[in-house]
Design a protein around this ligand. Structure first.
Ligand code: ATP
Ligand code: MG
Length: 130
């Protein structure tokens, strides 16, 4: 199994700090589980937020299956098969549980939200054995 995702020379500067200073990860293979270790403020969340398209790059190259890819939004990351469980919850307080769960997912009956179908799918997922 080859390296499915590689991150090369990732740099992210905030005004007061360089959060990621030329970080290279070679690489993540499909089905592997990795732990990213570092002290508070080391840049772990920043690095993952870049992979998930939440933060814009300063300098970087992300490779998927050996090809250079651009990830400009979480939507694009999801389409590439990259998901994210956030360290800090990113829920919209005014939304219901179902509205928060389906936020950003593809609508089956655009432009309408089908809450009945969403509820059924969520209930089916709850019964899925991991
Ligand atoms: N949006 C932002 N604007 C400015 N600085 C930021 C921003 N996000 C993170 N930082 C800074 O970048 C550095 C890395 O932060 P990051 O949250 O990536 O670290 P972390 O390794 O995930 O830390 P923790 O273990 O606390 O979760 C920190 O100095 C942080 O204050
Ligand atoms: Mg973090």
């Amino acid at each position: 199994m080859g390296d499915f995702i590689q991150m090369q020379n990732i740099v992210k500067r905030f005004p007061s700090v360089t959060a990621c200073n030329h970080i290279t990860i070679i690489g993540f293979a499909k089905g592997e589980i990795h732990a990213l270790l570092g002290e508070n403020g080391a840049g772990k969340s920043t690095l993952m937020n870049i992979l998930y398209g939440l933060l814009k790059k300063d300098e970087e190259e992300i490779l998927m299956d050996g090809q250079s890819i651009e990830i400009n939004s979480p939507q694009e990351a999801i389409e590439l098969g990259i998901g994210m469980v956030h360290q800090h919850f990113m829920l919209i307080p005014k939304f219901t549980v179902i509205e928060n769960i389906i936020l950003g997912t593809k609508l089956k009956r655009e432009p309408f939200l089908d809450f009945k179908v969403a509820r059924k799918e969520i209930e089916a997922l709850q019964k899925t054995q991991v």
